[in-house]
Design a protein around this ligand. Structure first.
Ligand code: SF4
Length: 107
């Protein structure tokens, strides 16, 4: 007999159930999501994992604390959103845990 737990474990191993929140996007969200190979994203050194970015302290905020989710240009109202529109990228979607050189603290 297959229990619900066994079913979830098995399908997760097979990659049938996305475990990362960003992957729960609709196809429409994927289409709007900025990619790191976009010319503007490259120019601003956008990266989806801020911990991998060469950041430095800015405007009184330590480098480690700079994320898209707490950037002035990130327009999602909750700071823990996995994905949200960025004004600097014409409201295309960026990853909340990401970062780019245009980062400024949310006021
Ligand atoms: S401007 Fe801010 S929200 Fe937009 S990609 Fe850069 S760090 Fe993220």
């Amino acid at each position: 007999m297959t229990t619900r737990r066994t079913f979830i474990k098995t399908t997760a191993k097979l990659g049938l159930i996305p475990l990362f929140p960003v992957s729960m996007l609709s196809q429409g969200d994927d289409a709007k999501k900025i990619t790191t190979d976009d010319p503007v994203a490259k120019a601003l050194r956008y990266i989806e994992d801020a911990t991998q970015a060469a950041r430095s302290d800015k405007m009184g905020v330590t480098a480690a604390d700079q994320l898209c989710s707490n950037c002035q240009f990130y327009t999602v109202s909750t700071s823990d959103a996995a994905l949200g529109p960025c004004m600097l990228f014409q409201n295309r979607l960026v990853v909340g845990a990401g970062w780019c050189a245009g980062w400024v603290p949310k006021r």
